[in-house]
Design a protein around this ligand. Sequence first.
Ligand SMILES: [Fe+2]
Ligand SMILES: [Fe+2]
Length: 197
Amino acid sequence: MELSRYDPIWRAALPYLRARKNDVHVPISFNYAVQLCAAHPEAHPDRVLPAIILHDTGWAVIDERAIFEQGFGPNMMESDVRYLHEREGVRIAREILQDLGYAPELVAQITALIDGHDTRAAARSLEDELLKDADKLWRFTTAGIAVACDWFKLTPGQYATRLEREITGQLFRPWSRRAAATELATSRRALHCDLLP
Ligand SMILES: [Fe+2]
Ligand SMILES: [Fe+2]
């Protein structure tokens, strides 16, 4: 897969990737999306890969304090900021893709994946499943645990347990569940979670 074709999207997205550690989350999730597309040749990489690069750009235009007060508090899935980051992400992605000359039909397909990537539990297509799985898989890496455990005010070991109990079951593809288990075992060894629970 020729990945340099997506470089212009990365460059255009960069100003929006400095919020909420998205400059760590998005590259790691992109790598998973590439592997998921390779494992599912019937999916369209030209929809999934631009969508994963742009899916969280909306966080950059939302007040950080509101993110942490509302986004990770009670009823986090229903909170306004989670819907807002999707809506803003759709708007930013549409502008970026239009400026880069993407065809309107492809822009609509990509932004449809971004819309609801977080708040809609059900997937509407294979591409939707791959995007949602890639969005979650980064958390199982050592970097993902290091970043996300702070958001949930858990230790790395506690967060690893939460991933195993709550997030693995939300993954759609068998490939993703295998990758999550492998990555989590590696991260637990790297972080000495047996000694530092
Ligand atoms: Fe998101
Ligand atoms: Fe995300």
